[in-house]
Every structure is written in structure tokens, then in C-alpha cells.
Design a binder for this molecule. Structure first.
Ligand code: FRU
Length: 494
């Protein structure tokens, strides 16, 4: 009976997608190369996996309209993470443990087990006792059609964890054992809970992998845990840690005790539109992460989700990034190399001098472009460099590299008549000879990577089609650019 209910709900969602697809396709704010849903609202990436020769992206999805509600799992596959084929929805609310308008099938992950594709997700319901979150399983023989496990839920919140603060399981395998880390809150402090299982179905609590003592907020959403070299990385999206909303920690882990001790913490991205990244391994061994390019209403800098809902959709993913470790064990987040296949209209120049007169720069059509530059810090004596992006002469996003005060700022206050705020990070240039800047712009977003991909800002900008000029200006001196290169980026969703 309930198997049929999920199928019926998937078909119903599919009909809504069919009805709205054309309208959304013609949306003016639609992204050209960032991953989007076909219609409606998307948030977190879920179940990212390379499975049987294809990349599978699942996503938190309300196919019906451009606001969060009633969570389904959308599903798409790709050969290159650029061009996507949408598949039928993987999960729809249908059971007593996951069928609620303000709940449904929340975030989770995927793993291959027993020749099948297994999903682990959080079921969210509310029978009048408040929201209840439990961990649930679904599986598929063909990687397309999923069935929920009869024994669901496989885990309920442990003692001391409120029923609405237990979510987002991320599974992996080590040796013959499956492990799962899950976000939780206890005594109003965030925890990452570690579980293990021999068969993917029966799970037992192992230990508290890591926890906040208050410094990292009261709840960690979408924890992820993986090894790079001989170190381990925990990524969390904390609630209640101010503007720190996507944190990574690097340290040591002991499979005997299930304890992680970290020596390093850093921010994956300082922009306002980068949340809930999930990692997976590409067939060539790269550790890749993908995040949701938006923010929640509980974040200190939130204004709204942007105007795209008027076009029947909202939300997209940031470009996938490769995680690399530096010799000092801090992390770099580098745009995937696959993106270079979309380049056209290349432009290159060496030794550009920027002074206090605005200099026009060329990059593709000024909307969907990639731009790279290397600044010679030894020859640069300016106090700051400003880049004006998505400009029409009046409106523009201002990106400031403030050498004198050691700060990087992205100012959206005059960007599009909609977005607000200035995202900031420390620009630490002591003993450095060069500063690298790498920018990806799309119809509705600007992603800025700098300082060896360790100082990154992803921000959404809903600029009109006429905002396609780019310029640069230096203050109190000159900026010497050793090398400049730019490209137009071809559209993927046609
Ligand atoms: C993170 C999150 C998750 C939850 C999902 C609901 O963005 O709040 O914790 O599972 O979104 O859509």
C-alpha cells in the first residue's frame, strides 16, 4: 500500500514538473551552467555519488513552487557534472514517519551496498507532538527507482537529543563496517554523532565524533567526515555560530574509540550563499564537494531567497570544488577541472597596470564568464584594488582587495536592487609575493576564489541582463597584474 503511495506522490510531482517546466526554462534569472532543479525549490545536495559510470546528484526538492515545503528528493545524472539528465524523483513523502507538509524526506547520503544503491535520509513528521526526525533507508536495483525499507526508521533520536534536532546522515565504509555521522543537538550544543553497522540496516551508536562547547553553535547540519592523506576532515554547517556557517576541521581520528580531535578549523566559504556542502569521491580519487547556493532565514545576514521564485523556481548548487590539503593541513577548495571544457572566447594579457582611473576588463559576455588574475604583490603599492562586476555603470557588485587593512569584501548593497550585505574575510598576505584571483560569474551568482583557493566568497546577485560590464580601479597607488585571462562560459542547460 505505502509503496504505491510513494509512486503516486512521485507521479503527482512529475505532473507538476511537466506543467511548469517551460515557464521555468524561460526564467530570466535561470543559471546557465550551475546545477538547478527543473522547477520549484531546491536546497541541499543529497546522496552525491559516482555510481555505475555516472555522477548522481540528488537534492532537497519541492517541485511544486519556489519555496521550501514538503521535501522530496530530486535526482539527476551526468557524465561530466556539467550537462545533466533529470530522472524521476527518487523519494517522495509517503509514510507515517516522513509524510508532513513541513517535513518529508530531509537530507542524507548514498552508498553502494550489496549491488544496490542505498540512500539514508532523515524522515520528518509531526503528529502533534512536535517535529520528529528519524533516520531511514531506501534502496534501488537500477539506481533510478527506489523503495523505502520496511524496517524504517532505522534510528530514533538518542536520550537527551530533542526529536527535531537529529538529522542529515552521511554514510561511508571502512573495512567491512559501515559508518554514519549525523547532526544533533544536546544541552543546546551541537554534536556530530557517530554510528556503525555491519549490514547498512541495523545501526548502533558508537561515540560522539566531535562537539561544540558553545563556540560552534547549538546544532550542526549536514556533517560530513572523510580522510585526506593521513588526516581527517569534518565539515559542518553550524546553526548559532554567527556568520560562520560552513566550517571545516582537520585533525586525527581513531577508529578504535570513534573520537576525532582537530587542530585546525577554517571556513570553506565566507560568502552569503554557500551552505550544506556534501562530499563524494570521483572515479579518479578526487574528493569533491557541492553546496547549496543560498542561505536560511535564521542566518544573521539573511534578507530573503531572491526574486527567482517569481519565475517558479529557487535555488541552485555552487560549482563543484575539489578539496586539497596544503602542507600545513589547511584546505583548498578548487573549482573542478571539468569546467574548463565550457570555455570559449579566451582572452589573455600580461603585465596590466591598474591605477586610480577605472580600467575596463574583458571577460566573455560579462555575465557568464570565468576570470583569472595574478597580482604581483611586490610591485603593487596600492592600498586597495576594487573590481566592479555585473555592472551597468550604476548598479554593480564591488569586490575589494584591501591590502592596507588585510581584508577581502564583497559588497552587494548596490548590486541588483534586491540583494544586500557585505561578506568579509581576512586577507592574510604577510610574506606572500603573489595573490591569485579566480572568478566564476553566472546569470545569478558570483563566486570569488583567492589566495590559493583558501579565501572564497560565493554570493548570489540577481542582476539584469544589461549588467554586463567589468572594471577595476586601484586606490593610493597602483596594482600590477602579472597575468590576466578570461573566458566566456557556454550554457549547459539548453
Ligand atoms: C540544511 C537543512 C538540513 C535538512 C534540510 C531540510 O540546509 O536544514 O538540516 O535536512 O535542510 O530541507
Amino acid at each position: 500500500m505505502s509503496k504505491e503511495l510513494m509512486l503516486r506522490n512521485i507521479e503527482r510531482a512529475q505532473r507538476a514538473i511537466d506543467e511548469n517546466r517551460e515557464t521555468v526554462k524561460n526564467g530570466r534569472m535561470r543559471q546557465r551552467y550551475h546545477f538547478m532543479g527543473e522547477t520549484g525549490w531546491i536546497n541541499d545536495p543529497n546522496g552525491l555519488i559516482y555510481y555505475k559510470g555516472k555522477y548522481h546528484f540528488f537534492y532537497q526538492y519541492n517541485p511544486y513552487y519556489g519555496h521550501w515545503d514538503y521535501m522530496h528528493w530530486g535526482h539527476a545524472v551526468s557524465d561530466d557534472m556539467l550537462h545533466w539528465e533529470y530522472l524521476p524523483l527518487a523519494l517522495a513523502p509517503s509514510e507515517s514517519y516522513d509524510d508532513h507538509m513541513r517535513g518529508g524526506c530531509f537530507s542524507g547520503s548514498a552508498i553502494e551496498h550489496d549491488g544496490k544503491l542505498f540512500l539514508m535520509y532523515t524522515g520528518v513528521t509531526n503528529d502533534g507532538k512536535g517535529f520528529e526526525q528519524t533516520q531511514c533507508i531506501a534502496y534501488s536495483e537500477d539506481g533510478i527507482h527506489f523503495e523505502k525499507y520496511d524496517g524504517n526508521p532505522v534510528l530514533t533520536p538518542p536520550e537527551g537529543v530533542p526529536s527535531h534536532m537529529f538529522r542529515d546522515p552521511k554514510v561511508w565504509k571502512h573495512g567491512d563496517t559501515y559508518y554514519m555521522v549525523c547532526g544533533a543537538s544536546r544541552d543546546n550544543k551541537a554534536q556530530a554523532l557517530l554510528y556503525r553497522s555491519d549490514d547498512m540496516l541495523h545501526w548502533t551508536f558508537f561515540n560522539v565524533l566531535a562537539e561544540s562547547r558553545g563556540e560552534w553553535g547549538y546544532m550542526w547540519e549536514c556533517p560530513d567526515f572523510y580522510q585526506i592523506g593521513d588526516k581527517y576532515v569534518l565539515m559542518v554547517s553550524p546553526m548559532g555560530a554567527g556568520e560562520r556557517t560552513v566550517v571545516y576541521m582537520v585533525g586525527d581520528f581513531d577508529y578504535e574509540t570513534g573520537k576525532f580531535s582537530y587542530q585546525i578549523d577554517g571556513e570553506i566559504d565566507w560568502g552569503y550563499d554557500y551552505y550544506a556542502p556534501q562530499s563524494f569521491v570521483a572515479p579518479d580519487g578526487r574528493r569533491l564537494i557541492v553546496a547549496w547556493a543560498n542561505c536560511w532565514d535564521w542566518m544573521p545576514f539573511w534578507k530573503d531567497w531572491g526574486p527567482a521564485y517569481k519565475e517558479g523556481w529557487c535555488g541552485f548548487f555552487n560549482i563543484p570544488r575539489e578539496v586539497r590539503m596544503m602542507p600545513d593541513h589547511t584546505l583548498q577548495f578548487v573549482p573542478i577541472k571539468e569546467l574548463s571544457a565550457l570555455r570559449t572566447d579566451g582572452y589573455q594579457a600580461d603585465c596590466i597596470i591598474i591605477d586610480d582611473e577605472e580600467l575596463k576588463l574583458t571577460a566573455g559576455d560579462g555575465i557568464s564568464f570565468e576570470m583569472k588574475m595574478e597580482i604581483d604583490l611586490e610591485k603593487t603599492d596600492a592600498d586597495k584594488l576594487e573590481l566592479y562586476l555585473r555592472s551597468d555603470g550604476e548598479k554593480r557588485t564591488v569586490c575589494t582587495f584591501d591590502f592596507a587593512n588585510g581584508e577581502l569584501k564583497v559588497d552587494r548593497n548596490s548590486s541588483d536592487g534586491w540583494s544586500r550585505g557585505i561578506s568579509r574575510s581576512t586577507l592574510f598576505l604577510k610574506n606572500k609575493k603573489k595573490l591569485d584571483i579566480h572568478i566564476f560569474s553566472d546569470q545569478s551568482s558570483i563566486e570569488i576564489f583567492s589566495d590559493q583557493y583558501q579565501n572564497n566568497h560565493a554570493n548570489n546577485v540577481f542582476a539584469a541582463g544589461l549588467q554586463n560590464q567589468i572594471a577595476a580601479r586601484a586606490y593610493e597607488g597602483r596594482v600590477v597584474v602579472n597575468h590576466y585571462e578570461s573566458y566566456k562560459i557556454n550554457e549547459c542547460f539548453v
